[in-house]
Design a protein around this ligand. Structure first.
Ligand SMILES: Nc1ncnc2c1ncn2[C@@H]1O[C@H](COP(=O)(O)OP(=O)(O)OP(=O)(O)O)[C@@H](O)[C@H]1O
Length: 252
């Protein structure tokens, strides 16, 4: 049984080197991004409020889309769900194994070889060492990186690193899959192969949370969606309705 529950979750980032001259203790809200405010104690610190009072409850079978403008808080929310960010306040309860298919550099070491990084990223995802070794050949074959797997990954292109991280991350079906729309760089042949693997994989996952700017992708994968704006949820409901609200918000 997989489940996700977020209660009044807020995340803010102090920014130490910002120029607070124009902030003057007032709240500034631009068309994109979260909310910026000056710190009440120090004149030298600004605070970006990336998420504010987020409440979500998801169960087996849920496919949730996250939509909203640049900086609305979608990636921050995915990172909270993946345990990468701790919220400043509120409560996060996630039951089940989770795989983030974004931030692919996490758990990888540039100085280690491709083979070593398969183990590192596998351990980062919580897989037992024995299981990683048992899956090594299949993962290596999927990457098509051949002898490059014996070289440090700093010698790889962005697309080659993505192949490696994607192959490891999709080698075991998790309970909860966290997806950012672009699975990154990759040539056409690999993207085709990656999409096929992802389709087989997503059918077996209990809960999916997808952040995307692609209406078609959200509509095809998610029955319900959250529309986010300046770190807050402004609409939660069926994907078609959420997309209508988003279009209306942008004046389309
Ligand atoms: N490490 C950080 N330090 C300071 N501010 C940050 C940091 N990470 C995110 N933010 C801010 O938090 C807000 C939300 O960012 P987030 O990346 O979650 O947006 P998003 O909805 O994923 O945007 P996009 O669609 O452009 O990817 C933005 O205002 C951003 O400037």
């Amino acid at each position: 049984m997989a489940s996700i529950k977020l209660e009044n979750v807020s995340v803010s980032f102090p920014v130490y080197s910002a120029s607070t001259r124009s902030l003057k203790n007032r709240l500034i809200q631009s068309a994109t991004g979260g909310q910026i405010r000056a710190d009440t104690v120090s004149q030298r610190i600004s605070v970006v409020q990336a998420l504010q009072d987020i409440n979500i409850s998801l169960e087996n079978g849920d496919r949730l889309g996250l939509i909203g403008h640049n900086g609305a808080g979608k990636t921050t929310l995915l990172r909270v769900l993946g345990g990468i960010y701790e919220p400043n306040s509120g409560r996060v309860t996630v039951e089940g194994s989770t795989v983030p298919l974004f931030d692919i550099a996490l758990g990888m070491n540039q100085e280690s070889t491709g083979y070593e990084n398969i183990v590192l990223r596998g351990l980062f995802l919580g897989l037992p060492r024995k299981k990683i070794h048992a899956m090594m050949d299949e993962i290596a074959e999927f990457t098509e990186l051949g002898d490059f797997l014996d070289l440090p990954i700093r010698t790889y292109s962005a697309g080659m690193q993505m192949r490696l991280a994607f192959a490891v991350s999709t080698s075991v079906v998790p309970d909860i899959l966290l997806l950012d729309e672009g699975i990154g760089a990759g040539d056409a042949a690999f993207l085709h192969k990656a999409r096929e693997r992802l389709e087989r994989f997503t059918e077996r996952v209990s809960i999916i949370v997808l952040s995307s700017h692609s209406e078609d992708l959200v509509r095809s994968m998610c029955s319900k969606s959250l529309l986010m704006e300046h770190g807050q949820i402004v609409f939660a409901g069926p994907t078609d309705e959420a997309l209508d609200h988003y279009r209306a918000m942008r004046g389309w």
